[in-house]
Write a protein that binds this ligand. Structure first.
Ligand code: LAN
Length: 650
């Protein structure tokens, strides 16, 4: 161990102070931190396409902001990436091209010409990743018979089958649910001269001559992260065969079933929906069922929840917000700074938000709509969104317990107990925790992933992050109640064993929701420590050695999204404050806050702060499904302060 306890860290006090002021000044009226949750580049075009199908366009001010955003994030080569930092793909390039055209940008706009020059030689619409083709089919810019089938009848299969849709990860399930309805109906936008023009612009040849059977198989190499397996191809053949003979009656029944599921999702989330894609697609479904009906109106009212205006234009956030998550972390960071009198009002406000956003009841008929109980959980965003998540519940609970000794926690004991109960109910057989639900199917189902561009979307499996957060929360609860509870003890022990199993040979853990090994390793280490591992534990030693081995000569750490995509450490150009903070939090937790490594890291972090108390913008630190970057706006304000506070402690 390289801890050199003699070296005193120069005080981070003034740096932390300025950081806290920034946090306080950016907290909003409800006590949360609300911000930019952009990054993915397939959300705006799905929204614009959805509106177009409904005969609508974004209102002028929004339209202008969206166009500015799309122009701003067009890559130099003319295309658009899966997210704002990634190389161009046909999927997002064609869709964003179409979106700009639907918002009134002219065909001969120089930027659009460049976009065509990028995607046409790569096959244009015919070579788009799967989801792009589905959206194009909805617009009538692609034929349904050129899609991999998404029959709604899958919902009518016996629930005991491992491939029943109810077993899919809820995000995947909720996106394919409206897709299956639209596919089953072959829903299509009314024909228009603009759509006819687009059919000429996004294909490299005559639309009438397209071989749709061949098109089904086609996808540009730029869009393939998860290659289509023989299993998927076989399943597609089977479904195509079915599609040819599909009876009208069964289809109607399946559509009715899907629609009921859609309604349940809409109502359970107050029409916010679990995410931006099913939000838009559910709305489009209702448009076909009942145009201008109450469901469409309710959906339109909740659309603004997803839009965010930033310096780069108007974007569609990847969720209705990340408020609960950020607020729970902010609380823990501020408490770590010592929670002076000056920060009490900020903490009190945050405590109010956390109290106001715990989910207090289960959804209606949870079994019928395949929902895990919700009562006692915390969501990622807001109570109205309503989908609790294992680790959001854990961080919410941890925040309450951190506020408790300060007299600021507002959540009554019984409700904390509900949170504990929910966490316990979500532990998987393997000892770990998945995101929203228990693991419902074999991980093997991933071989049927039809998305091309994403990985690990099929099954909600145990993750180190979720597992660690739940273990930490249960351990904090155990300490808080001081009551023996065998269920809690056992859950912690099984969780810790799972975390150990996930540790890699090199001592690290892969992060799935943050970039990447610095994030995963922070959770791995914190989880083991919470479960009672001693600092001398070889697993912890290996973890900190791993981190130290990746420290840069300037004291910082740096990782980019490619770390997640490639499953190996990929370094950025410069040091990153968020990665550095995660590494420092890990070293400090493992007892190495006085090490030379931690000292140099903290020094770099302090030097990196701007006079205004902020840390300068840096590459995106959030990720999902291994491939898509997503921006966590508050991380740069939370983690450096937290890390410096922790490293400052003797
Ligand atoms: C999120 C956001 C929060 C995130 C954490 C709580 C941080 C994580 O610890 C668990 C996973 C979770 C809940 C998560 C999963 C994937 C989401 C929902 C997102 C990254 C936000 C957007 C993303 C969603 C899948 C985007 C839509 C795209 C699809 C492929 C359906």
């Amino acid at each position: 161990m390289s801890a050199t306890a003699e070296v005193r860290t120069p005080r981070s006090e003034p740096v932390i102070q300025r950081g806290l002021e920034v946090l306080a000044s950016t907290q909003d009226a409800e006590g949360s931190w609300y911000g930019d949750y952009g990054g993915p580049q397939f959300l705006i075009p799905i929204y614009v396409a959805g509106l177009h199908v409904m005969g609508r366009v974004p209102e002028p001010a929004q339209r202008e902001g969206l166009v500015a955003y799309l122009r701003r994030h067009q890559n130099a080569d003319g295309g658009w990436g899966l997210d704002v930092e990634s190389p161009s793909q046909v999927f997002t390039s064609v869709l964003n091209y179409v979106a700009l055209r639907l918002m009134g940008v002219a065909e001969d706009d120089p930027r659009l010409r460049r976009a065509r020059q990028w995607f046409l030689p790569r096959g244009g619409a015919l070579a788009s990743g799967a989801w792009g083709k589905i959206i194009l089919a909805l617009l009538g810019l692609y034929e349904y018979r050129g899609l991999q089938p998404v029959p709604p009848e899958l919902w009518l299969l016996p629930e005991s089958l491992p491939v029943h849709p109810s077993r899919l990860w809820c995000h995947c399930r909720m996106v394919y649910l409206p897709m299956s309805w639209l596919y089953g109906r072959k829903a299509r936008a009314p024909e228009s001269p603009l759509l006819a023009a687009l059919r000429r612009e996004i294909f490299d040849g005559d639309y009438a001559q397209v071989d749709w059977t061949a098109a089904r198989e086609r996808v540009s190499p730029t869009d393939v992260y998860t290659p289509r397996t023989v299993w998927l191809k076989a399943a597609n053949q089977l479904m195509l065969g079915y599609e040819r003979v599909a009876g009208k009656q069964l289809r109607e029944r399946a559509l009715g079933f899907a629609l009921e599921q859609i309604r349940a999702e809409d109502e359970a989330t107050h029409y916010i929906c679990i995410g931006p894609i099913n939000k838009v697609l559910n709305m489009v479904v209702w448009h076909f069922v009942n145009p201008e009906g109450p469901e469409v109106r309710a959906h339109l009212e909740r659309l603004p929840d997803y839009f965010y205006e930033a310096a780069d234009g108007i974007k569609m956030n990847g969720y209705n917000s990340s408020e609960l998550w950020d607020t729970a972390f902010a609380v823990q960071a501020v408490v770590a700074t010592g929670a002076s009198e000056a920060t009490r009002p900020m903490l009190a406000e945050a405590a109010r938000f956390i109290e106001a956003n715990q989910v207090l009841e289960d959804t209606r008929e949870p079994a019928r709509f395949y929902r895990h109980p919700s009562k006692g959980g915390w969501p990622f965003s807001t109570r109205e969104h309503g989908w609790p998540i294992s680790d959001c519940t854990a961080e919410g609970l941890k925040a309450c317990l951190a506020l408790e000794p300060l007299g600021l926690n507002r959540v009554p004991e019984a409700r904390l107990q509900d949170a504990v109960g929910l966490i316990l109910s979500m532990q998987n057989k393997d000892g770990g925790w998945a995101t929203y639900e228990l693991q419902r199917g074999p991980q093997l189902l991933e071989v049927l992933n039809p998305s091309d561009v994403f990985s690990t979307i099929m099954v909600d499996i145990s993750y180190v992050e979720c597992t660690s957060a739940c273990v930490q929360a249960l351990a904090a609860w155990r300490k808080h109640t001081q009551r023996p509870d065998a269920r809690v003890d056992e859950a912690i022990a099984r969780g810790a064993a799972f975390i150990r199993k996930l540790q890699r040979e090199d001592g690290s853990w892969v992060g799935s929701w943050g970039v990447c090994f610095t994030y995963g390793t922070w959770f791995g280490v914190k989880g083991l420590l919470a479960a009672g591992a001693s600092p001398e534990d070889p697993a912890l030693r290996r973890a900190t050695a791993f981190l130290r081995s990746h420290q840069r000569s300037d004291g910082s750490w740096s990782e980019v999204v490619d770390s997640c995509r490639q499953g190996r450490w990929v370094e950025g150009k410069d040091g990153h404050a968020v990665n550095t903070a995660w590494a420092l939090l890990t070293l400090a937790a493992a007892g190495e806050q006085a090490s030379d490594s931690a000292r140099r890291g903290a020094q770099w972090l302090r030097g990196r702060q701007q006079p205004d108390g902020r840390w300068p913008p840096e590459p995106i630190a959030g990720i999902f499904n291994r491939t898509c970057a997503i921006h966590y706006d508050a991380y740069l304000r939370i983690f450096p302060v937290w890390a410096l506070a922790v490293c400052d402690k003797r």
